[in-house]
Design a protein around this ligand. Structure first.
Ligand code: IMP
Length: 423
């Protein structure tokens, strides 16, 4: 069986959690392959809202197994808090949640290093979620990291101590004022590690190979968005993992030829948290309205998200890099009642009109060129069938499909499971 992928095509927060939740009943296994607690996947059903960070979005479905792959970085402290937050659902985590022994551990000093690194950058800061993501991936590629499998060995604390000491030297090297009590952080960390060890650690690539062989259906759930990919995103204002399709291969041990459907999720407009270029960003009341109506505040940090028009130059690029096979458009309802809608179809770049994403999309290099559309007035949130869609919305969708050369199979008109319209 092929492994299907679900990916965010913008700067994250596209609504992946909701779509995985909707798709989950079709899959036996839901697997996370990259990122860590910097993610915040929001799911809403039965009038309750849940935010998942590291745990796959299939956890609420009775019949799906959930896997945290080798490409993920896990903070035991945040992870245990996440489990605690789900206590009310009586989920048997030991049997429903599997963790790869090859996943790396975020240490308390990784979080401190993240803070020190950001503080030392001043105005050039990335706008990191400060969850220790960058420093833990640095230790992974620097071949110094601690993996979940190490926690099963008696000697892991020696390795921990050596690494934490080195981190403390690095924190001091940054010469910024970071206040911390490592003893307290470590007490909390060691306690969390013991609880984490009660869960099921596995050799996940073998598990997935066997699952594929026996015909199980697998959905790989991406975190963040393609424009935050360490290679293809707006570097250096990116996260530290491959958020694009190839990341699912390295983050799970799935061969490229075994990737099946690639679901690409995008918002009907664009948002971004943290720093970095954003060509279609709006600084006026139109952007403020998008933020207000769309409740655009970070699920993890609570920070307000920057808002702007849909950018088809960027979206085409991420569809290509990921090999997207079908699209899902989120938050269509947020745009109801705007005076007009704009879609960026090209950039003016060094005096020329271009339709590909250039190396540098800083504002001094690119100016968006827009197509303008009439907006619909109707409230979409109560609609459950495409036949009820206003004609302006159909015109908008048809235009996007033509430009992107891909079908938009789902239009989401609200946060609830039921507000998901299949086309
Ligand atoms: P980090 O991954 O926490 O270091 O953050 C790096 C950049 O990615 C920052 O601009 C963050 O705001 C952004 N980022 C990280 N995770 C997410 C996410 O789940 N959604 C949206 N942006 C994210």
């Amino acid at each position: 069986m092929a492994v299907d992928l679900l990916l965010g095509l913008q700067w994250g927060d596209e609504g992946k959690g909701k779509i995985v939740d909707v798709l989950t009943s079709k899959y036996d296994i839901i697997a996370r392959f990259q990122g860590g607690p910097n993610a915040g996947h929001t799911l809403e059903f039965d009038g309750i809202k849940h935010v998942l960070r590291t745990i796959p979005s299939g956890i609420f479905h009775e019949n799906s197994m959930n896997l945290i792959g080798n490409g993920v970085v896990i903070d035991p402290v945040v992870f245990i808090q996440e489990l605690e937050g789900l206590k009310q659902f009586n989920i048997d985590f030991k049997s429903k949640l599997l963790l790869s022994r090859k996943a790396h551990v975020i240490l308390p000093t990784h979080r401190l290093l993240d803070a020190a690194s950001e503080a030392s950058k001043g105005k050039a800061k990335i706008g990191s979620t400060l969850k220790g993501i960058g420093p833990s991936y640095m230790d992974k590629t620097g071949r110094n990291g601690i993996r979940l499998g190490d926690l099963e060995l008696n000697s892991w604390k020696e390795k921990y101590r050596a690494l934490a000491n080195k981190h403390e030297e690095l924190i001091a090297f940054h010469s910024v004022d970071i206040q911390y009590n490592l003893q307290e952080m470590e007490d909390e960390f060691f306690k969390a590690v013991e609880t984490l060890k009660e869960l099921t650690f596995i050799d996940s690539e073998e598990y997935l190979h066997q699952a594929q062989k026996s015909g199980k259906t697998i959905l790989a759930e991406g975190a963040q968005g393609s424009l935050l990919d360490i290679d293809f995103g707006t570097y250096p204002f990116v996260t530290s993992s491959n958020t694009t399709a190839a990341g699912a291969c390295t983050g799970l041990g799935v061969a490229p030829g075994q990737i099946g459907e690639v679901y690409g999720i995008f918002k009907a407009y664009t948002t971004r948290v943290g720093s970095g270029p954003f060509p279609t960003e709006l600084f006026d009341e139109v952007g403020a309205k998008m933020a207000k109506v769309g409740h655009e505040f970070g699920a993890v940090t609570g920070r307000p998200r920057r808002c702007g028009w849909l950018d088809l130059v960027a979206l085409k690029y991420t569809c290509q890099v990921n090999g997207v096979t079908q699209l899902m458009m989120m938050k269509g309802d947020v745009l109801s009642g705007f005076d007009e809608l704009k879609v960026c179809t090209a950039y003016s770049y060094k005096g020329k009109e271009i339709t590909h994403l250039p190396y540098n999309i800083e504002p001094e290099n690119v100016t968006p060129i827009y197509s303008v559309f009439k907006c619909w007035k109707e409230d979409l949130t109560k609609m459950r069938e495409t036949s009820k869609f206003p004609k302006e919305l159909n015109t908008y969708i048809d235009f996007l499909e033509k430009e992107l050369e891909l079908p938009i199979k789902v239009v989401s008109v609200g946060p609830d499971r039921t507000q998901t319209i299949h086309r």
